[in-house]
Design a protein around this ligand. Structure first.
Ligand code: ADP
Ligand code: MG
Ligand code: ZN
Length: 468
């Protein structure tokens, strides 16, 4: 732990002992929140007791009330200042006390703390008030924000609320990216939303990665990166349930890098051929949560950029539009690629893979799903009006006849129309109350090629968000 010694000294105490009625703290009485400030059971009470015993300094300054969150790398508790114990709840200052798992690598802890210190406290990014450590017990003390689970409001948001939410998320990402940092774990449980007071906080820099300038930066996302080996394998949230876009059996193989291994026989095979299986696996960062990983991560491209976070923001947007969370539910990277194939279409994904120096072999060819149609279907709304067919039209089904690609009747067909860019905005058109621009933005953020994906700053200029 020698490297983490001194971490606490680097954090200024700021005005941690002062009362600061700054709104965050007054919201403890938010009606959507669990009002209780007591542990929910004996086990939780024991955890709190253990923590306070291991870290007497924490006990001296704070009352620790109950657990408010648990991630893979930490437990988070609600705390308040001991000196405020006699104040009514709405006058106390409330904190989120993040207790890191003792196995966290000191360098990782230091990096998370640096992110909070350097970037936090503005633009919807969580800051840190204090860090305490004794031996391997480390806590970050941060401002508390009341919030509900995303799954509870994902189907309730209307267009205006969604635009505010996405604007807040992209503002946080623009800020983080301006420091040359990839958050790497953008998802609703790390973007806390106090719905009642329209406040937002991007939290959890536990997987964040500092990027270094690439020798020849591409225009949109100009960084490449290197990180300790330890992070390559870290992923670790429970797999999630979600939308199954499957309409039949499928399988996807990735062969890396090009050209194919001598004797490669993957094409047409239902798995990775022996020649490819014998090759050393590529090393690429894959920290993050399943369901939010972009193609470049799943394809094991080593030079990843802040575009990783922009993709994840696109998944969040698609989730709200379709009122489904989680949106993807694959259990592993190959299944996740198959899900991306279902959504984006086989050819666009194969083109992206090729552009990134990867070869994607699939046993099926998917047309891709139209997010507008999917939203209408899942929300029981009227489907979007058909786009006017361009002159050399794709073989569209005659009215009332099955779709030539998915063979489903038109009312069940979800196929993407590749003759019309999904990013084009049909003025005046809405689907389930969401303007077409919202779907166009989702298509932008879910651009498979990271070099063509907009930056957070560019996305903030999108018509769906501009007026917010
Ligand atoms: P982990 O790295 O373990 O995922 P997080 O920093 O994401 O830890 O925190 C886990 C959970 O704790 C969050 O999803 C959230 O519910 C809660 N939490 C974290 N920070 C705060 C905060 N500042 N205010 C309120 N709740 C928080
Ligand atoms: Mg988290
Ligand atoms: Zn179809």
């Amino acid at each position: 732990m020698s490297r983490s010694r001194g971490i606490e000294a680097k954090v200024q105490q700021k005005e941690v002992l002062q009362t600061r009625r700054n709104g965050w703290n007054e919201n403890i009485k938010n009606k959507n929140e669990d009002h209780s400030i007591c542990p929910k059971d004996d086990a939780e009470m024991q955890q709190i007791k253990d923590l306070l015993q291991k870290l007497p300094k924490l006990d001296k300054i704070f009352s620790v009330h109950r657990k408010i969150g648990e991630g893979t790398f930490s437990s988070v508790y609600l705390g308040s200042l001991r000196q405020h114990a006699r104040l009514p709840p709405d006058q106390r200052r409330w904190f989120a006390i993040k207790h890191l798992v003792p196995t966290a690598h000191p360098a990782r802890v230091e990096h998370e703390l640096r992110c909070l210190q350097d970037m936090g406290g503005k633009n919807n990014v969580i800051g840190v008030d204090l860090c305490l450590r004794h031996l391997d017990t480390i806590v970050f003390v941060m401002p508390y924000i009341p919030h509900r689970k995303f799954s509870e409001y994902v189907g309730e948001m209307d267009a205006a609320e969604l635009a505010r939410y996405m604007r807040a998320l992209l503002t946080a990402l623009r800020h983080v990216h301006s420091f040359g940092v990839i958050h790497r774990d953008v998802k609703p449980s790390n973007f806390l939303y106090d719905r009642e007071n329209k406040r937002y906080l991007l939290v959890d820099f536990g997987l964040a990665q500092r990027v270094v300038a690439a020798p020849a930066p591409p225009p949109a996302h100009s960084n490449t990166l290197k990180r300790p080996r330890e992070e390559d394998e870290s992923t670790q949230e429970p797999k999630r349930i979600a939308l199954d876009l499957r309409t039949g059996p499928r399988s996807v193989n990735v062969a890396l890098p090009r050209p194919p291994a001598p004797g490669c026989a993957c094409a047409g095979a239902g798995g990775v051929c022996a020649a490819c299986a014998a090759r050393p696996p590529p090393r690429a960062p894959r920290a993050g949560t399943q369901g939010f990983r972009p193609p470049e991560v799943l394809l094991k491209v080593s030079a990843q950029t802040t575009a990783v976070d922009v993709w994840a923001a696109g998944v969040v947007l698609a989730s709200v539009l379709c009122a489904r969370y989680p949106f993807f539910r694959a259990a592993d990277d190959v299944a996740a690629l198959a899900e991306l194939q279902d959504l984006l279409g086989t050819q666009p994904l194969q083109r992206t893979a090729a552009a990134l120096g990867r070869r994607l072999v699939t046993s099926v060819c998917r047309p891709g799903v139209c997010l507008r149609k999917l939203c209408a279907r899942l929300r029981g709304a009227a489907p979007p009006p058909a786009a006017p067919a361009p002159p050399p039209a794709a073989p569209a089904a005659p009215p009332g006849r099955a779709c030539a690609r998915c063979r489903l009747p038109p009312e069940h067909c979800l196929c993407r129309d590749h003759t019309v860019p999904a990013t084009r905005i049909a003025e005046g058109v809405t689907v389930a109350g969401f303007p077409d621009a919202a779907f166009a933005l989702a298509a932008h953020l879910l651009e498979p090629d990271p070099r063509l994906r907009p930056t957070a700053a560019q996305a903030l200029e999108h018509p769906f968000l501009r007026e917010v």
